[in-house]
Design a protein around this ligand. Structure first.
Ligand code: GDP
Ligand code: MN
Length: 389
């Protein structure tokens, strides 16, 4: 789960991290009041959406009066902000954050994440702050420092200082950095975070080290231990299909292609996506309906697939083990009754009660393109949208 910058900063501040003072606002007038309440000559007004790249996209501005804060906030609120991370449709700005401005001397990058390869938490730091770390990694990999934290030892002062030196920090900055890093690490561990990204982390002109931006993501499986963090979920920022799928306990991830895939079993779902790609098309989603899905769950999954306007054809690939083919067929028929099925539907079924399943589909009157095997299914579904061979 992701949260907004102002929420992440609130959490990090509570762990003692150096974060500028700020207040969220949902109207221009609130932004003006927030500016006045900060009692500073300059503030930064920042669009709050779950996406980076706001600075370049015109979503961040330095302001020097309540009137200016209001004017900029009014220009952002209720509009869609398009950044390189939002896709062309952009994100609706419902809130801005008004924060005391910092006089920046240096911009650094600092990330902390669950590093699956190392099976531990790793710190990624760079002297190239304010840039996308992926870009830095591609162009100047030598400017990235990666250090893994031994979970038994925790974050040692030695490791913090080592990173500080590699970032070119000096004197008092080194201890400030170490203090900040240990606050971030405690926040990371105690909230079951999966990612903390501070980009940029800045050295100010008066020699402080401050989190100018903050992104936090949490392990969904840990949220049960943090009801206060779970409250921060913003459904407006989540994919509607994924939100709906979560209600039915379906594993669904929205992707960019146009072949809707409904599969049981994560491995089979991955293989199905692969074979769709081999035949020249792109999957619109990952969807695992699970082993013991009932008719209701299958119907919900099918509805979610079809609610994606990019889906131009659907491929159902089911291996009936615990999941019975007749249950699957029943669910599809039910869902097709609820939503008008207007795209080609290719079905490949195998396994328990397959004949009964095929019979249900045949008698339903739904136009089904039956496939003999996975390759045949991929060929037929790509042909149905006019690609592939
Ligand atoms: P992002 O573009 O969505 O990652 O938003 P950021 O919060 O990182 O802000 C973008 C850029 O605005 C930063 O890289 C800074 O260069 C600049 N910026 C943000 N806040 C301040 C501030 O308080 N003072 C100064 N001088 N620059 C700021
Ligand atoms: Mn940033």
């Amino acid at each position: 789960m992701n949260i907004h910058e102002f929420q992440a900063k609130h959490i990090l501040r509570s762990f003692g991290a150096a974060v500028p003072n700020g207040q969220p606002a949902t109207t221009g007038d609130e932004a003006a009041m927030a500016f006045s309440a900060l009692k500073v000559p300059k503030a930064v007004v920042k669009a709050q959406i779950h996406a980076g790249g706001r600075g370049k996209a015109g979503g961040v501005k330095l302001v020097s009066s309540p009137q200016e804060a209001k004017a900029f906030a009014d220009g952002l609120l209720g509009k869609r902000l398009v950044t390189h991370q939002t896709g062309p449709e952009g994100r609706l700005v419902r809130r801005v954050y008004v924060e005391e401005a910092s006089a920046v001397a240096r911009e650094l990058y600092l990330g902390m994440l669950v590093d699956r390869k190392a099976a531990a938490v790793s710190i990624i730091a760079s002297t190239e702050g304010g840039m996308e770390i992926e870009e830095v990694a591609a162009k100047t990999p030598d400017r990235i420092v990666t250090e893994t934290i031994n979970p038994l030892i925790g974050l040692s002062p030695y490791l913090s200082r080592k990173i500080a030196f590699k970032l070119g920090l000096k004197d008092k900055q080194v201890n400030l950095f170490a203090t900040l890093l240990s606050a971030l690490y405690r926040a990371f561990i105690e909230t079951d975070a999966s990612l903390i990204e501070i980009n940029p982390l800045v050295v100010t002109q008066d020699n402080r080290i401050v989190c100018l931006d903050a992104k936090m993501s949490f392990d969904d499986n840990g949220l049960i231990r943090h009801p206060d963090i779970r409250e921060l979920r913003d459904p407006n920022e989540e994919d509607p299909g994924e939100t709906e799928a979560a209600k039915y306990d379906l594993s669904y991830v929205h992707l960019d292609g146009n072949i809707g895939c409904m599969v049981n079993g994560a491995g089979l779902a991955m293989a199905t996506m692969d074979i769709v790609k081999i035949y020249g098309a792109e999957p619109a989603n990952f969807l695992d309906v699970g082993g013991g899905a009932n008719t209701e769950k299958v119907a919900a999954a099918f509805r979610i697939l079809l609610s994606d306007s990019r889906v131009k054809a659907v491929l159902i690939n089911i291996f009936g083990g615990i999941m019975r083919c007749d249950v699957l067929a029943q669910g599809v028929v039910e869902a097709a009754r609820q939503v008008k099925l207007s795209v080609p539907l290719v079905v490949r079924m195998e396994g328990t009660n397959v004949d009964k399943g095929k019979q249900i589909l045949a008698e339903s009157g739904i136009k089904v393109i039956a496939a003999a095997d996975m390759a045949d299914a991929a060929r037929r579904v790509t042909q149905a949208i006019g690609v592939g061979a």
